[in-house]
Design a binder for this molecule. Structure first.
Ligand code: SF4
Length: 443
């Protein structure tokens, strides 16, 4: 094969940054590459790179992926468990973790017509099948943080990922240890930051292509420029916000998450001045016992202090909560409701604990018998809706959050219906994922 081979980078639901990045790396290396969202139309590329970010995609897009006859490589967060990928999808290779260099190496091998298992074996950070056996090669080293521009699709301006056209990456890795999170598993625990110059060039390119609303992603935002699990360089983060904001305007810049123990007055003031004025905290639980179980590294009192500090800067505060974590009892849940009530946040996000393969939470869920798994135990409340205890808690906290938010919202039949549907959809999704990982683990 030559570099005239056609490559499509396929992303099922939205243009995720990782897909744009890998397409940019391939384009820079001289390949004929395009990026496609969804499975519409004929996919006739020689090689298709499929970026999947959720375990459920392995089931949801199984048929569509089956129909693609090209050489198929899967990457993205699902690659934490190549075994699961190969179980559900007939694909040729899986890129495990960061894929910039391993993808290029696979392509070089294909160009040289070396796609036999023995040749792929030499490439770090991939998995492939040899007969019925799954071969995982040596772990890849971290990718360099200086890289070419992403391949930005022409219709990026119509993308809407929780209000932003794109979530750009400013750094990789998180030294945190939260049991439900895949960031440390995927990117490692050392923080590696991009240069401000590179980020600014990239932001300009996104704006030139029509993007307007930019969000910053990459673990916990304020770690940008730091090396350890504390803010060692707050100036780097505040400067980052200031520079991006000067291009987008503050109203079009959002920072999705900051750990409550990784901020200070300078950072809060920068959020106020250079972003749309919202901050998002992962609060997760009102029970110190559960926070310990989640390995969150914070206490309920820390949460209260952080909210008070943010309020002094007139920042709008959103908080996320996780219910149905293994071991959560009724008292823990009540403590979460009480905390959520006391905080009177401006917005609330409630989710049922999702065991993402490769995380400590997934290990916990695998060890928990189904008759003790809150997602599989029927609740006596809301009998007509056939909810599990985890779903009942999720719905209750969502309903309550509309009452005790800073500006309460009246509960209408329609709103109730929407929240019930959201709860059931989460429950069904996570039950399916749980069954998938349980089946894979032979429990
Ligand atoms: S939830 Fe945030 S702080 Fe915790 S490990 Fe993930 S990225 Fe790090």
């Amino acid at each position: 094969m030559s570099k005239s081979i056609k490559i499509t980078v396929l992303t099922p639901e939205f243009y995720n940054y990782g897909a744009m990045l890998i397409a940019g790396v391939l384009k820079d290396a001289g390949y004929n590459v395009d990026i496609q969202k969804g499975f519409e139309g004929i996919i006739d590329a020689d090689i298709v790179l499929i970026s999947l970010h959720s375990t459920i995609h392995l089931l949801k897009y199984r048929e569509e992926i089956e129909k693609i006859k090209s050489f198929k490589i899967v990457g993205g967060p699902v690659s934490n468990s190549p075994e699961l990928v190969f179980k559900y999808l007939s694909v040729d290779a899986v890129i495990i973790g960061e894929g910039e260099s391993s993808t290029l190496k696979i392509l070089e091998n294909l160009e040289a017509d070396n796609h036999e298992a023995d040749q792929l074996n030499e490439i770090e950070g991939i998995a492939f099948k040899k007969g019925n056996k799954i071969i995982k090669t040596k772990k890849t080293t971290s990718s360099p943080m200086i890289r070419p521009l992403p391949l930005i699709p022409e219709d990026i301006s119509s993308e809407n990922i929780r209000g932003a056209n794109v979530y750009i990456e400013t750094h990789r890795g998180c030294p945190g240890n939260c049991g439900f999170c895949q960031v440390p598993c995927f990117f490692g625990r050392d923080v590696r930051s991009r240069t401000l110059d590179d980020i600014i060039i990239e932001v300009k390119e996104f704006l030139k292509k029509g993007a307007k609303r930019i969000a910053i992603s990459g673990g916990t935002g304020s770690l940008y420029g730091s090396k350890k699990f504390k803010i060692t360089d707050e100036y780097a983060f505040t400067e980052l916000l200031k520079e991006i904001s000067s291009l987008t305007g503050p109203q079009n810049l959002t920072i999705p998450d900051i750990r409550i123990d990784m901020m200070n007055d300078e950072i809060l003031e920068a959020v106020k001045n250079y972003t749309n004025g919202w901050i998002f905290f992962g609060i997760e639980s009102g029970s110190d016992r559960m926070l310990r179980k989640m390995k969150k590294g914070i206490k309920v009192d820390d949460v209260k202090d952080a909210i008070e500090a943010a309020r002094k800067h007139n920042i709008k505060i959103a908080g996320s909560f996780i219910v149905g974590y293994p071991g959560e009892n009724e008292d823990d849940f009540e403590a979460t409701v009480e905390l959520a009530d006391e905080l009177m946040l401006d917005d609330y996000f409630v989710s049922i604990a999702e065991p993402i393969p490769g995380t400590p939470l997934a290990d916990d869920v695998i060890k928990t018998p189904l008759n003790e798994n809150l997602l599989f135990i029927k609740s006596d409340k809301y009998k007509n809706y056939e909810l599990s205890i985890a779903e009942e808690r999720c719905l209750n906290l969502m309903l309550d959050s509309y009452v005790f938010r800073s500006i309460p919202v009246a509960m209408t039949d329609n709103l109730f219906k929407t929240l019930l549907e959201e709860t059931k959809s989460q429950g069904n999704h996570i039950r399916t994922v749980t069954e998938m990982i349980l089946e894979e683990s032979d429990f």
